[in-house]
Design a protein around this ligand. Sequence first.
Ligand code: 9MR
Ligand code: 9MR
Ligand code: ZN
Length: 564
Amino acid sequence: MKKSISIFVLINILAVSAFAQIAVNQVGYLPNSQKFVYFSNPAKSFSVVEKNSDKVVFQGKTELWKSDDPSTGHTIYKADFSELLTPGNYYIKSEKGEKSYTFAINNSVFNELYNKSLKTFYIQRCGIKLDEKYAGKFAHKACHLNKAHYHSDTKKTGTREVSGGWHDAGDYGRYIVNGAYSVAVMFSGYEFFPDGFQSDDIGIPESGNGIPDFLDEMRYELEWMFKMQDDDGGLFHKVTEPAFQTLDLKPENDEKPQIIVIKTTTATADFAVVMAQAGRIFKKYDKKFANKCKKAALKAWKYLEENPNIIPENGFKNPKDIHTGQYDDRDDRDERLWAAVEMYRTFKKNKYNEYFKTNIKEVNLFPNEIAWRDVAPFAIINYIKYAKNSGNRELKQFLIAEWKNFCDKMFLRQNNDGYQALLIPGDYRWGSLQINLNFGFILLAGAYEFENNNFKNAAIGQINFILGANGLNKSFVTGFGENAASKVHNRICSLTNNWEIYPGFLVGGPNENLEDSALRKKFSGHNTPGLCYLDSRDSYASNETCINWNAILVVYAGYLNGLK
Ligand code: 9MR
Ligand code: 9MR
Ligand code: ZN
């Protein structure tokens, strides 16, 4: 007994300290990118070794980079092997013989990441049969086809046909705020950096139809969102079951009644954003569909005009008998502003520009979090990029200066952080990795606006952090890297015999607020925000997957895929 306890203690100690020794991007680097490696044990020199031949191809010295990194507590030695340009598969070895996980250097290193991270959205499709041909082990019968019931708060009775769209996350809920936000983020990425988003062969039913699979997949969500718009233009906030069920529930076995809750202005504004974008983007491929999107956007905007104050007052809260995700936001002004920008770009009517100009100074322009609840930066960068010659020059100069300040701040942050992330203690909230990538995207777009190579390198570097160059020595994208997140919180894992997950999902990541009992059990009293993560199905607050998190991963992968 005593012996097994001490072994248990030992295993636990090993588990706690089994984080970064030599941390690299476990997928790889484009030949011309900066390449850094981080040692959390003291190291003086290192070699890059070719994986198959064990031949040393590069040698260098390390430098002491950070002592007592505030996010991880690590003391980190850093080395630069950017000069190694030769395509191949490698690992890093310290002078003491410790080895890193392997990685590649080549031009198409992000191609598969793009294909798979996008294809996760197909895997999340609801209301349609997923064929083995496309979904493999995740094939299943069509799910959630029953008509949904109006919640009494809607003051409506009876049912509504709202099948389709993507399951939100590890749960089967479908939420307009997050669904529309996710597509809107991906459309922004696509419009800024279209080159890498063009493939038509990622292996979905629409592949080969002459339209990029990216747009086909986005359309699947848009088709569902139409059904969630009421006759007056407003959007029902969500359709879910009353409460989350057990984790072993396969989609096709989920028969609990689905409930539609009240309309909200936040959902309506997010919908206006994405329908205005779609009206523009789809014009070239399907005029009729594009017009349908435009009409829906106009109807939504009318609802917003008729309801200038947030509905419901103080934002949506779950009714007493509903316990699923809330997507609660007390402030819908940033969503309305983004809608105004996209409406202006699509319809070119000055009233949208006027709305933007009058209201932009009311909101926090570059808040501490950029995510589904705080979207102002997306409104601003899209406005600056596309409304160059219209509107108030002074205002635009002010916004450009604010954007530049944000980029300077982010650049400093990655220079101060042990693993060069953009997050600081306090930012490691639920979905932290996606916050990091959102910061990175605004910085990346800034790099082009300001023609600043330092910004560009820092922004590109964020993919390294996500794919393994971090304090946990973990790739946070399933199936990508030798030590990748695998025991994720997603009910579709129950479709496989061994609780596997499809490759290409980004997990939530370290969550210093310890918002589930697995995290609390392990990390109570911690002082290492960046390490509060568990590769465990029980940890929904750090290891769930979610469409808005994958949205910004797709944007990053699409951008990098286009660089080759
Ligand atoms: O599976 C649910 C996940 O999608 C949510 O993000 C999370 C927090 O709201 O809740 C999960 O569901 C759990 C529920 O909250 C408590 N009972 C166990 C459920 C499955 O682990
Ligand atoms: O992403 C959401 C995060 O910002 C919130 O803190 C968290 C708790 O309210 O909910 C997250 O969203 C979950 C949603 O409510 C239900 N589906 C799963 C989402 C990701 O965990
Ligand atoms: Zn479903």
